[in-house]
Write a protein that binds this ligand. Structure first.
Ligand code: MGD
Ligand code: MGD
Ligand code: SF4
Ligand code: MO
Length: 686
């Protein structure tokens, strides 16, 4: 029996673990450790371990589908391309919008934004980073001039004190969780701030179990205590930052005294004081955060508060310090780097700067969309739903907004208002079902390409098997569509590598990278501007990325979330994930080993709340918000704070996003997935 091992990168989370796909008789049949990969050193979490199971699922899309009289009919690629090109040509640029994907390669995201801007001439290109770390990109770029995680993953183990706030790392980035454990075993203190006592929280030395949406109050209180005790880093503040006094003025207010913040957050004052002391005095403190910080109407405020704390204590640019904004999807960092965002070309080159637009026009050899900020994932849905006729046509690659966006009734209304939708996916998702044309794409195991992990490490995918049926690689589909639209010259690529070489030419931070250099297991961290440059695992060592090299403090006042609990909707609903499933479940719910572990959703509710409502564990309940209601089983557990309930958003049959609110951060346009009001009722017997 012949087995072939193909080393590649995990298609799930932004940790970027490597593993070998095991191939037998030309089909992927398993996953085996890849010991020499420095990210995970041969270890994997359950999703990585079972990442092979969905690949040959009988549900894979194998042929293009065209909707005729409300039903999908199989079609040839030529037929599909002809119809799409004819439709696309019938609309004006801004009547169209594209969604790229944090699930596909850098090369494919680069081509998608090029297709939107150069072929469709629309500025409307975005992707799910908007629902995820848009606040990080805006907030950290404001503070430091660069919106990315500042450290490497391995560096976390060097820290002496970790503030883990709004990230359930053990379940969502398990192989980063391993570095938290290593830090702990080296003697670091772990502070965990989260409304739930998650598996990550269980290993912490201190759990600050606070109300969702009170992060700024907590962080301001830390800063007040640090200043009062003289634990700030005066040299760092003086030499490397500006506007410190403005922040000092705000955080020293009585509002942010431990006693008052204890009332706002529901955390005992002595715990806040203890945490501030550990963090302020360690000399090497790092912050890890993720969606608990970003997914708020105050997402940018939250991120800037974290940046304030790290500048105040001088915990940047050295080993064991920094801000680890843990990027979610395997290639969300890369999709942002590639310019699949409404406001930037690749390498964060602003669409508003005329020289950048000219640079792209020269590189691509054609006129491109007007240099203005386009619609984002969230504002696109709002435009579709609330201003019908403005956007008429949507091309979606590898996203499933019909389950992942907030307020699903509103999303459905929006998508149904569109005249023509193309969805390119590997499965017939809830969104694909609403499409006019569905294009079957290949998955990570069936193509070459690169993806960029949360630590800015650019790693390779390597093809292990042929695609099912007539499925084609996303990059090939975009090239062929480009040609069908008359832009053959702009899309001449014969391989993913040729696309990568163009990326390196137009994107300064990737400028020194080639496929040959990325071949070694450790790959390269950007920025890597020249062929000799070794890459950059730690950012901001000597100076920040602003023109004057200084970090900028921003004074932030705490504000409550958009919808606070009241008499009618008395519970605070927060949403998130579990270890076994991935987002809308298109892949993990088709992996028998994962689906078996958690076959459906649940609502976590504190025993005291359950008792008051007469609710038993596992009882079916009706949970409703001002947007809609779902039926879902109770999970009565002490791990959740009284007054707060949690629902994972993976499950269509009890979709959390029927309930969530479509309220956005004013700058980052990220929705408030982490806090809205809901009520819980027993289901009356018929
Ligand atoms: N298994 C699995 N892993 C994943 C994913 C997945 O779907 N499944 N998705 C990936 C993606 S795209 C992302 S973005 C990451 C997300 O990774 P995480 O952000 O770690 O995951 P979440 O469950 O969304 O939220 C994290 C925690 O925030 C807490 N929280 C809720 N409200 C607040 C608040 O107001 N403040 C604070 N401080 N905390 C709060 C929740 O209780 C939860 O424990 O995970 C990635 N990894
Ligand atoms: N309530 C609530 N909602 C949330 C969140 C939350 O915490 N709470 N988190 C938000 C966050 S952080 C995120 S990142 C979003 C994620 O939202 P989405 O990106 O919409 O969710 P996914 O299920 O990851 O969708 C990815 C799609 O890509 C497809 N796919 C996989 N590989 C390929 C490929 O190679 N090619 C193509 N063409 N398709 C492929 C998959 O089948 C799937 O349909 O959800 C957001 N929604
Ligand atoms: S930690 Fe993330 S990258 Fe690593 S195996 Fe698990 S899902 Fe894959
Ligand atoms: Mo995400």
């Amino acid at each position: 029996m012949e087995f072939k091992y193909v080393p590649t990168t995990c298609p799930y989370c932004g940790t970027g673990c490597g593993f070998n796909l095991v191939v037998k008789d030309k089909k992927v049949v398993g996953v085996q450790p890849w010991q020499r990969n420095p990210v995970n050193e041969g270890k994997l979490c359950p999703k990585g371990n079972y990442a092979w199971e969905f690949i040959n699922s009988p549900d894979r899309l194998t042929k293009p589908l065209i909707k005729k009289d409300g039903k999908f009919v199989e079609a040839s690629w030529d037929e599909a391309y002809k119809l799409i090109a004819q439709k696309f040509k019938s609309y004006k640029g801004e009547e169209m919008a594209c969604l790229a994907s944090a699930r596909v390669s850098n090369e494919e995201n680069y081509l998608m934004q090029k297709f939107a801007r150069a072929v469709l001439k629309t500025p409307n290109i975005d992707h799910c980073a908007r629902l995820c770390h848009a606040s990080t990109v805006v907030g950290l770029a404001g503070a430091f001039g660069s919106g990315a995680m500042t450290q490497s993953i391995a560096d976390i183990a060097e820290s002496k004190c970790l503030l883990v706030i709004g990230t359930n790392t053990f379940e969502q980035h398990p192989l980063i969780g391993r570095r938290i454990m290593q830090a702990k075993m080296n003697g670091a203190k772990i502070i965990y701030a989260d409304p739930r006592l998650t598996p990550t929280g269980k290993i912490a030395d201190l759990h600050l179990q606070f109300y969702s949406g009170t992060d700024v109050a907590l962080l301001n209180c830390f800063m007040q205590l640090i200043l009062k005790n003289g634990w700030e880093n005066k040299d760092f503040i003086k030499n490397r930052t500006k506007d410190f006094e403005k922040v000092k003025e705000v955080v020293m207010k009585d509002t942010y005294s431990p006693e008052n913040v204890s009332k706002i957050t529901g955390v005992p004052a002595e715990d806040i004081i203890k945490a501030a002391e550990w963090f302020g005095k360690s000399g090497q403190s790092a912050v890890l955060y993720s969606m608990g910080i970003t997914q708020h109407t105050t997402g940018v405020d939250n991120v800037k508060s974290v940046a304030n704390l790290q500048m105040l204590t001088g915990n940047l640019g050295r080993p064991g310090t920094g801000i680890c904004a843990l990027r979610g999807q395997n290639n969300v960092q890369g999709a942002c780097d590639m310019g699949a965002l409404a406001n930037v070309y690749s390498g964060y080159q602003s669409v508003l700067v005329p020289e950048m637009k000219k640079k792209m026009e020269d590189a691509w050899g054609c006129q491109i969309a007007e240099g203005k900020v386009g619609l984002t994932v969230t504002t696109l849905i709002n435009t579709l739903a609330d201003e019908p006729g403005k956007v008429k046509c949507v091309y979606i690659m590898g996203e499933n907004p019909m389950l992942s966006d907030p307020d699903l009734h509103h999303v459905e209304k929006g998508l149904k208002n569109a005249e023509f939708i193309v969805v390119q996916d590997i499965f017939l998702t809830e969104t694909a079902q609403l499409a006019d044309v569905v294009l079957p794409a290949t998955c990570f195991a069936e193509k070459d390409g690169t993806q960029t992990s949360t630590e800015r490490r650019v790693q390779k995918w390597r093809k292990a098997q042929d695609p099912p049926g007539e499925a084609r690689a996303d990059w090939k589909i975009i090239c062929e569509l480009g040609a069908a639209m008359g832009y053959e010259k702009q899309f001449p690529y014969k391989s993913a590598e040729e696309i990568f070489n163009e990326i390196a030419r137009v994107t300064p931070s990737y400028g020194g990278m080639t496929y040959a250099r990325l071949e070694k297991p450790e790959a390269l961290h950007w920025p890597c501007p020249t062929a000799e440059h070794p890459g950059t695992p730690i950012l901001h060592k000597e100076k920040f990325s602003h023109p004057d090299g200084l970090g900028i403090f921003t004074p932030i006042e705490w504000k409550a979330q958009a919808e606070v609990p009241d008499k009618e909707y008395p519970f605070l609903l927060t949403t998130g994930r579990c270890i076994w499933h991935w987002h809308t479940g298109s892949m993990t719910r088709r992996s028998p080993s994962l689906e078996r572990e958690e076959p459906t959703g649940w609502v976590e509710i504190n025993p005291e709340d359950a008792k008051a409502l007469g609710i038993a564990d596992k009882e079916m309940l009706k949970v409703s918000s001002r947007r809609g209601d779902i039926k879902i089983g109770a999970r009565v557990t002490k791990t959740i704070k009284k007054g707060v309930v949690f629902i994972p958003f993976h499950f269509i049959e009890c979709a959390a996003n029927i309930l969530t609110i479509n309220a956005l951060d004013p700058v980052a346009k990220i929705p408030e997935f982490k806090a809205c009001a809901c009520k819980i009722e027993k289901i009356k017997e018929a």
